[in-house]
Design a protein around this ligand. Sequence first.
Ligand SMILES: [Zn+2]
Length: 113
Amino acid sequence: MDESINYPYFKTRLEKRLKEITEGQQTIAPVELDQSRVGRLSRMDAMQRQAMDQATARLLAKETQRIRTALKRITTGDYGYCIQCEEEIAAGRLKADPSVLTCIQCARAAEKS
Ligand SMILES: [Zn+2]
């Protein structure tokens, strides 16, 4: 019913995003606590930043995982279909985020649970 999914287009976008993530992670250095001049506040500040970096790293790890799965599904020809219900994922949804693996219905159901 829909025009067929443009695999090369999504593959390029996924690979580009994967590269961004891997290169970006190298620039997130662990927080150095400067022991010589850490007051209580700057120390807390540094720890807070570190916690945020860790949260970001976890999100990026999840996204990396999704992208790898999506790329694998491109090679097997399953890309663009929901991994849960196997329905087609809306083209607009894929364009907004090529790493999505579920259709909007399944994503909404997952959010509720
Ligand atoms: Zn679904």
